[in-house]
Design a protein around this ligand. Sequence first.
Ligand code: ADP
Length: 250
Amino acid sequence: MPVNILSVRNLCINYNSLEALNVLSFDVEKADYVGLVGPNGSGKTTLVKAILGLVRPSGGAMTLFGQPMPEFRDWYKVGYLPQKMHSFNPHFPSTVREVVALGLISRKKFPRRLDKSDETAITRMLEMLNIAHIANKLIGELSGGQLQKVFIARALINEPELIILDEPTTALDPETRENFFSLMRELNLKQRATIILVTHDIGTIGEHASKLLYLDKKIIFYGSFDEFCVSDSMSKYFGRSSQHIICHKH
Ligand code: ADP
């Protein structure tokens, strides 16, 4: 039996008179790797915010890990990497290692101390993301790309069961981008982490994700890339050539 991680039923979200999401219904099952794609203004960020409980639906219902949304409290199970760190203070006097450690500490009970295996996990994560050499630098001294890696490390160090990433690779160099995607693959295949990845990069998401959620205020398509590839309605919607660029199988 597939396990539902996220269940969305008839979700509607309005900003005043603007309809951002219009009657969305879909399920994300354990170990799904969903590419969330759609044009600018199609409601991707709004959907992510709704899943995180940051915007209030105007209609419909959602469950996360089987719990109805407003009551959901197990946020340690969810790792989120926002597109932009609006609330982040670059003058906060912490090192890279300390910021990543915060991701682990939030889950611990008192006394909140890191043990040897935590330290090993942090070192491994820094190495995966090519930032081990700057572990002791203050975060205020980092470039945008380095900072992005620190936040990826902090979001993933906790081994969340659901990982939500909003355009995570925009500031990354090609090598780190590769490492990032192989880390995602490992978490998805070995630890059966569920991933929702928001991207503009519709031409390459088929290399990584197992399902496509194509949004344009409503759901245009939700299913596997194989289903997308043979869907007549998607041929009509995108044209056959774009359809196969998206499905990435041939
Ligand atoms: P995407 O992430 O796909 O670009 P968004 O979810 O950011 O789309 O936006 C969907 C629509 O909602 C857009 O028309 C956008 O202008 C509007 N919108 C987003 N956030 C707000 C807000 N806080 N207040 C009013 N309108 C908003």
